[in-house]
Write a protein that binds this ligand. Structure first.
Ligand SMILES: Cc1cc2nc3c(=O)[nH]c(=O)nc-3n(C[C@H](O)[C@H](O)[C@H](O)COP(=O)(O)O)c2cc1C
Ligand SMILES: [Fe+2]
Ligand SMILES: [Fe+2]
Length: 413
């Protein structure tokens, strides 16, 4: 890992994390980068930071060394967001350097005390405030609350048009020697787009309205470069990541793409007998199908594919008069992440009373998910040929409805 120049006077430093659960829940099979930025005027600021985990702050300090920067040269630490993946390094930094000023939002101040016991040398800023680094370099601040925590703000370098939006416009995926969109092939960009959807759906999904407000705020600025706290720096085409985030925010309420996420679980293989015929029927109608078995599939994978999907199929039996428990857990989280207005179909087996269907309907209403279900199909024990024919018909219907919804979706402005 080495330091790179974003533009004149601005440098990107970075550390990757992998083989861990992000936020203690989400697998990151392709890792994640945590980006920090040094901005040089007559004074020097560091924007965002890295986590405090084993050795990571030291990775950051080694990058200071490699660019000939003494730790004592830093005048301002700009904390856009207090989540420890960006602020965790402050703990060691303050033991090494006492004379620096932290700039954060009003709501960031109590969090600095709560997480790191820092109460001094803090300047709070609000939208419209700025700090002059000298040499024609002025950093302006804009609050973007709830992207991702209430205290989050973005920093804008008026000289170069570089926006530092922290979690907004970020993506998973570790980054090596090519952190800039202008260095990547279309294939690389497609990889990072997948990682951006995974990041958005796992981390930011519950905050689509704040994301939309943040995008509006950003669009009023003359942004030339987007330098987020995770993922690629957008130098060539910052509009791409803004437009992508607009799309991801809109996918909460749907419609999303002409894709179907099929989540199924089965104890003894009866519900499972419907799985292959349903997949085949969906695919024959020309929609892309993402299949996840519960409890085996990580929730993060399910969220990443359902975020892109307009349609959902649920296959699950009754278990103790309720839904198969791992399905309940998944649906509960999908509701909380605001996966709304999906076109859906559920089927499954039962033994004597059923009950899964009733609980599904109750959960859908309780979490206000507004999933629009086709008539469900349940069968006692194993499915007959007639049951399978019904599943196939419903799957075809679902696929056709999905395609129509996507075709009729209003364009985003
Ligand atoms: C632990 C357990 C609890 C069950 N609870 C119910 C129930 O409350 N009501 C019901 O109709 N069937 C119940 N069943 C029966 C299953 O729904 C039935 O065996 C079904 O065919 C299982 O489908 P599967 O093979 O896809 O897992 C239960 C089965 C098990 C193993
Ligand atoms: Fe965050
Ligand atoms: Fe973050």
């Amino acid at each position: 890992m080495h330091t790179t120049q974003v533009t004149e006077g601005i440098y990107r430093l970075s550390a990757n994390a992998q083989d861990m659960l992000f936020e203690g829940i989400w697998p990151i099979p392709n890792g994640v980068s945590m980006n920090s930025y040094i901005v040089k005027g007559e004074k020097i600021a560091i924007i965002d930071g890295v986590c405090g985990w084993d050795g990571v702050p030291e990775t950051l300090y080694a990058q200071f060394d490699s660019m000939g920067l003494d730790i004592n040269d830093i005048d301002y630490v700009i904390v856009n967001h207090l989540e420890p993946d960006h602020s965790g390094w402050l703990e060691t930094f303050k033991t090494m350097r006492s004379e620096f000023q932290i700039i954060t939002s009003e709501k960031g101040k109590p969090l600095l005390e709560a997480f790191y016991g820092i109460t001094e040398n803090i300047r709070t800023v609000k939208t419209g405030d700025s700090v002059d680094l000298g040499d024609g370099r002025v950093l302006a601040f804009a609050e973007i609350p709830n992207v991702h925590w209430p205290e989050t703000m973005a920093t804008f370098d008026t000289k170069s048009g570089t926006l530092f939006p922290c979690d907004a416009f970020g993506s998973f995926g570790k980054i090596g020697d090519a952190p800039y969109d202008d260095q990547l092939t279309d294939e690389d960009l497609a990889f990072f787009e997948k990682e951006a959807v995974r990041y958005y759906s796992n981390i930011v999904a519950a905050f689509c309205l704040p994301v939309q407000k943040a995008i509006q705020a950003v669009e009023s600025l003359p942004v030339k470069i987007i330098a987020p706290g995770h993922g690629l720096v957008w130098r060539k085409n910052p509009k791409k990541i803004i437009d992508d985030y607009k799309r991801y925010a809109s996918y909460s309420k749907g419609p999303a793409k002409a894709e179907v996420t099929f989540i199924w679980g089965s104890m003894y293989g009866n519900t499972q007998q419907g799985v292959e015929p349903v997949i085949k029927a969906l695919e024959e109608e020309g929609v892309k199908v993402h299949v996840h078995q519960v409890p085996e599939s990580p929730l993060g994978d399910i969220l990443a594919s359902i975020w892109n999907s307009t349609g959902v199929v649920l296959g699950m039996p009754t278990y103790e008069y309720k839904m198969f428990p791992p399905m309940y857990m998944v649906l509960d989280e999908l509701g909380k992440k605001r996966v709304l207005n999906r076109k859906a179909f559920r089927f499954g087996s039962y033994g004597w009373s059923g009950g899964a269907q009733k609980e599904l309907e109750t959960l859908n209403a309780h979490l206000k998910m507004h999933w629009d279900f086709l008539e469900p199909h349940e069968f006692k024990g194993r499915p007959t040929d007639t049951d399978i024919d019904i599943l196939v018909d419903r799957a075809r219907q679902l696929a056709r409805d999905v395609k129509e919804m996507v075709a009729n979706a209003p364009a985003l402005d």
